[in-house]
Design a protein around this ligand. Sequence first.
Ligand code: SF4
Ligand code: SF4
Length: 481
Amino acid sequence: MPRKYSIEVIPTPPRHTPIGKFEIERGADCINCGRCAIVCIYEVHKRQEEDLRSMAEPVEYRCKGCFSCIQECPRATLTIREGTDYSRLGDSYWTPEIINTNWYQAETGKIPVSGAGYRGPFSGEGFDSMWTDMSEIVRPTRDGIHGREYISTVVEIGRKLPAIKFDSHGEIVSHIPPTLNVPLPIIFDTLPFGAAKHFDPTFLKFDENVYGAMAKAASDLGTFMIVNAGDGFKSEGHRGQSSHIIPHISDLTSHSFDADWIKACKMVELEYEEDVLSVVNEVKTLNPGSIISVRVPFGDNVEGIVEELTYAGIEVIHLYVDRNGKAVNQTRKKRLLIKDMTQKVHGHLVDLKIRDDVTLIVSGGIAMAEHVAKAIICGADLTAIDLPLLFALECRYCKDCQEDLACPVELKDVNPEWGAQRIINLIGAWRNQLIEILGAMGLREVRRLRGEVGRAIFLEDIEKDTFDKVFARRVSYDAND
Ligand code: SF4
Ligand code: SF4
């Protein structure tokens, strides 16, 4: 029996008090009976360590707004209200709930609970217009969720093994393509911001601490981390972790990449340009065993580009959109959503019967664990995440760093060990949620989820089924008038 892959989560408190949803006030009538500490399962209320007779200040950011302490307080002296800073967090995509939930998971490694129930909208656009469907469970692998059975979250990166041919002596004559096993369908992408915009000495600290935390977490989890081979990874310190690092070469014309580094890596990523295949040959000459990923923006003619690259033998294509999960079709001036584009590209490759010749990595707007499952249902093999890694390190998405202003959580000063554990906790919580989804669907491996659109309900389909009939009847009725 192979050793089960598991992620060791360790509670890792924040350095700065997170911005919570609620503010709680303990009034002067408090008699320090401690009833609130008994009823609050989120440990908001505690006694003071130095004087157990008195209650400590509430740890407000942990409050879920369940009102138990308000109801149970014998002196009715607790009040709760929504915090003023909370609603200013993030934006319409990276909502305060998403940021706060990622903070919680990075601190505890636990699956988040909403406490007082979900009170938001039930549909939106993109991933919010699809729901995972567990209504046709044939054999729920609940045992898998609780560890007695194994639900595999392993995915392979590279071309799938073709039918193997042998010669008359029984020797394999087929070319065996290089593949990488990743224990979970998540790799780390380049960071969109966080460091000072212009090069200065703080960049070295950012590199050492933030990238150091990411590199350690990637290595401990057995996954991979994409870093900019040009200007995003200046110190030599992480080269020892090359087996978990994917250098991303964006400037193909200058060919300024470090040959020794490329030789040491298992996978290299190149930005798509028309002459990308000549650079692919260069990299393959330097490191014949490496896997090449080509990074292609979702947009005009993406299906054609993916088809061409797959026929050219590219093993991995990394499709990306902006950080809000959107792209723009320049020709038609139309907004494209990651959910729809992934389905189109996957379907195109299936139609051509070349889907298993290439691995599809999808990134941009992957904000929650459920987005990983949804991207795979739409046809991705795995996802690359960026902003949630920054949230694990307490980023507040204020974007002050983009204006060269001081970071309120001093991101560049994080301790790499502390940061790595926070990222590991986040990924541990995400993986548990993925296992919950797979278990509830009766699936025992995440690879079987790829392209399984029958495992999801799409708002567009429901609206079509409902309203097409209504309006069709109305039209025929009108026609008979
Ligand atoms: S409202 Fe609920 S979660 Fe918040 S402090 Fe009171 S008991 Fe705890
Ligand atoms: S907290 Fe603000 S300044 Fe610091 S990394 Fe995040 S967005 Fe940048």
